[in-house]
Design a protein around this ligand. Structure first.
Ligand code: NAI
Length: 363
């Protein structure tokens, strides 16, 4: 039997192309992985009656590790995002998004090396919403008024922002444990506690308690207001190390950080819970590039580096990362997006698979 069993969800749009490039690169390292390939998304709706069939969840539960391509969330079909459903079903409460500079991407900065730990299950993304004009919205507005909690305009739509002790505690703990395991020095809790006293204020209070528990770890702790964080990230990206954020800020700040390092094609990610981990790039299915062998598979391949580290295959992960650095630094066999950012023209770009071939040659 193979040493590692990994669930592979190719996804749709550019997903099948970039996951096939990723798989070839990982296999070329010689790491012994058996892939359990399962499909999810709109394409399996007819066959299984759901975009996220039970056997997909079961495969991940059994193997504990999965890697996926992006999956499109069709507009107007009624089903919610498969990605969100997967995170919920497996309680993948941390969205890990490292952002580090790689020479040759044409990015604005060359000194970024930080890690976003975004809470993945609550906050404004909990999906608890009341549509403007409905009886439920009117009832809630009246209830708030009756409680003396404030006045909400009657023509408002409302989204709730629940932040719990449980959710805050485990994301900040994750950030500290990650910092220790990966030789990091500092954890910063990011919030807007000066305004949102009972949600972000709670997050900050819990973060401080957790930091107390890690006082002997040697990891420094600080907290920062989210708007100031955005400004300082752009001014001094080198200041930052590990950031722990509630869901909404984590989503926004991690895209900002993807921008610091050259864009979405470069940004890897992982969704991690206590039992399972699902690795995937930050970007979506880029439908306009589907089937064109043009998309940049780097984010997917860097996600596989995170996966290899998670599997304890650090040496293989290092080799893949080194190959990415070498091929991007040379800038000759890279995809259109990298050529455009670095040289201002897509001339001379190679396709997805040809770029993967270059990586394999440099492993
Ligand atoms: P997107 O990330 O697919 O595309 C944004 C822009 O970046 C587009 O111009 C796209 O062509 C470009 N791009 C993205 N990845 C690229 C790559 N690897 N190489 C070169 N260019 C790349 O975001 P968009 O358009 O908002 O979403 C498209 C679909 O993907 C939607 O249905 C969305 O719900 C889904 N999505 C899925 C995610 C997942 O599976 N985890 C995450 C984000 C979006």
């Amino acid at each position: 039997m193979a040493k590692h069993l990994v669930t592979l969800i190719p996804g749709d749009g550019i997903g099948p192309e970039i996951t096939s490039a990723m798989r070839r690169v990982v296999e070329a390292t010689g790491v012994d992985i058996e892939w359990d390939v399962v499909e999810a998304g709109a394409d399996v709706m007819d066959k299984y009656g759901t975009p996220l069939p039970d056997h997909v969840i079961e495969s991940i539960r059994k193997n504990k590790v999965a890697i996926k391509g992006p999956i499109t969330t069709p507009v107007g079909t009624g089903f919610r995002s498969v990605n969100v459903a997967l995170r919920k079903a497996l309680d993948l409460y941390t969205n890990l998004r490292p952002a580090f500079s790689i020479e040759g991407t044409g990015a604005r900065y060359d000194n970024v090396d930080l890690v976003i730990c975004r809470e993945n299950t609550e906050d404004l993304y909990a999906g608890i919403e009341f549509e403007q004009g409905t009886a439920d919205a009117a009832e809630l507005i009246q209830w708030v008024e009756d409680k003396g909690a404030g006045t909400i305009r009657p023509d408002s739509g409302i989204s709730l922002k629940p932040i719990s002790v449980t959710g805050s505690r485990r994301i900040v703990k994750f950030a500290f444990d990650y910092a220790i395991a990966n030789g990091r020095k500092k954890v910063t809790a990011v919030h807007k506690a000066n305004i949102l006293k009972h949600s972000d204020g709670l997050f900050l209070k819990v973060a401080r308690e957790v930091a107390e528990e890690y006082a002997d770890s040697g990891i420094e702790f600080e907290d920062y207001i989210v708007d100031a964080t955005c400004m300082q990230l752009v001014l001094h990206p080198e200041w930052w190390d590990v950031l722990a954020l509630p869901n909404l800020y984590g989503d926004i700040v991690s895209d900002l950080c993807a921008g610091l390092i050259g864009g979405l094609g470069m940004a890897p990610g992982a969704n991690i819970g206590d039992e399972c981990a699902v690795f995937e790039p930050v970007h979506g299915s880029a439908p306009k590039y589907t089937g064109k062998d043009m998309a940049n598979p780097t984010a997917e391949i860097l996600s596989s580096v995170l996966m290899l580290n998670h599997l304890g295959e650090r040496e293989a992960g290092e080799r893949v990362l080194r190959a990415v650095r070498t091929v991007l630094a040379a800038g000759e066999r890279v995809t259109y997006d990298i050529r455009r950012t670095r040289f201002g023209s897509t001339d001379g770009a190679v396709g997805t698979q040809s770029y993967a071939d270059a990586l394999i040659e440099h492993l």
